[in-house]
Design a protein around this ligand. Structure first.
Ligand code: NI
Length: 174
């Protein structure tokens, strides 16, 4: 396994990739894809974060890794290949989100409170699950990445511009 560089919005070339629409994985879950997911998980834990889409390490394919386990609990890695949202609740919920591609910026985003998702897991099996709470927030945030959408795109233009300026300033100071 190896760590991958996480693309961030302060870099114009990175941003162009993050804005790309990812494409579906063809032919199921291969060993090569599992190796990428292993790298993504290691990169996410190292960051640290709770979710990462493949496009964030420069691979615009429909793949996500997440781990929503609490710090005191054992790791619970989850892998999502070609995830689809089958149903979203009308009820909305607001949650303060952050993103490894928009470091140190946090803001409230409103999304459907519950969703039903279908995806292929690490073994290539089809799974259908109901998600709510943090799970619903995280899977929708990560699936936005697959459409080239960042959580700051849900904010007002003023807040978004301010967020990007702040990330750029921090990157220059580093
Ligand atoms: Ni993100």
């Amino acid at each position: 396994m190896s760590l991958r560089r996480i693309l961030t919005v302060d870099n114009a070339a990175d941003l162009a990739v993050l804005k790309q629409k990812s494409v579906p994985v063809e032919g199921g879950v291969s060993d090569e894809l599992r190796a990428l997911m292993d790298d993504m998980l290691e990169t996410m834990y190292d960051a640290p974060g709770i979710g990462l889409a493949a496009v964030q390490v420069g691979e615009p394919i429909n793949v996500i890794v997440m781990d929503l386990a609490r710090e005191e609990d054992d790791p619970a890695p989850q892998y999502y290949v070609n995830p689809e949202i089958l149903w979203s609740s009308e009820e909305l919920a607001s949650y303060e989100e952050g993103c490894l591609s928009v470091p140190d910026i946090y803001d409230d985003v409103e999304r459907p409170a519950q969703v039903k998702v279908r995806y292929l897991n690490y073994k290539g099996e089809t799974v259908e699950e109901d998600a709510e709470g943090l799970y619903a927030v995280c899977i929708q945030h990560e699936m936005d990445h697959l459409k080239g959408v960042l959580f700051i795109d849900h904010l007002s233009r003023l807040k978004r511009d301010r967020a990007v300026a702040k990330v750029k300033k921090a990157a220059r100071a580093a």
